[in-house]
Design a protein around this ligand. Sequence first.
Ligand SMILES: Nc1ncnc2c1ncn2[C@@H]1O[C@H](COP(=O)(O)OP(=O)(O)O)[C@@H](O)[C@H]1O
Ligand SMILES: [Mg+2]
Length: 312
Amino acid sequence: MGVEICVEGLTKSFGHQVIWQDVSLTLPAGEVSVMLGPSGTGKSVFLKTLVGLLKPDRGSVTVAGRDITKLREHDLYEVRKLFGVLFQDGALFGSMNLYDNIAFPLREHTRKSESEIRRIVLEKMDMVGLLGAEAKLPGEISGGMRKRAGLARALVLDPEIILFDEPDSGLDPVRVAYLNQLIVDLNAQIDATFLIVTHDIASARQVPDNIGLLFRRELVMFGPREQLLTSDEPVVRQFLNGRMQGPIGMAEEKDAAQVEQELAQIREPTRTPGSRPLTPRLLPGPGITRPPRWEAIATREAELQRKEVTGA
Ligand SMILES: Nc1ncnc2c1ncn2[C@@H]1O[C@H](COP(=O)(O)OP(=O)(O)O)[C@@H](O)[C@H]1O
Ligand SMILES: [Mg+2]
């Protein structure tokens, strides 16, 4: 069913450099959340803090009822088994074929027999569409296939939570579309809690239940997808529309006067009906049962869309 992750007052710095501070959010069990933010805002650091690879300065991360920031190494090791992580580059071993790469966590962390391992590896390879590529080396396949292999490896221990670090980076738009569909399908099938870090706006619009935005060392906003997509908050508007005008600049920050001037230029003080259409959600593919929460979400989104179009 997936587990909830509750983050409260989380702050992380390296030396004197504060990466982000006072981050609080709840990743609801079984839902898909996306964390957006410009490069260098600490998205990868956030994921590493969630799995306990990095220790925060302050705050708590409660996973399945336990604050992982307070756990000793042995207990942390147990909690970490709840997580599957897809690192940015897939993090595959270059000298191992895909089969052995995907089998690795099972051989390392379980006492399963090779025949049992074989059953699991082939099942996960099938789920991500890699059946038949067992003998390939990571260097012999496309970036998209490497991501899927990394995903299959993240799945073998049947995680309750899956963290994706920029799964779409380095992929062409068609491969990104396939990967997004795979993520939505997987979530419907295995029901784990997903957190995807990305700066791909198109993916962020279509895939998740919830969206968060990290900017200037703060979590600007975190909430249901439709709330962010229709938000009036300038940073959220700028990021989700991929515009140059606004608080986010090339060098991360602009001075306040410039931001004021640019925001005045955009001139959208009054929202006109239909001006912020809600991008349709990506649905699970044919033959895949939708999770129960989808009905409530569809009703909520239809209502919001009606208001947006009629201006009511
Ligand atoms: N282990 C580390 N030690 C010191 N600084 C780090 C470490 N890991 C990341 N940083 C710094 O934290 C900031 C955020 O990095 P990162 O999380 O990789 O950003 P993002 O993933 O959003 O692009 C960067 O300035 C980076 O240099
Ligand atoms: Mg990163």
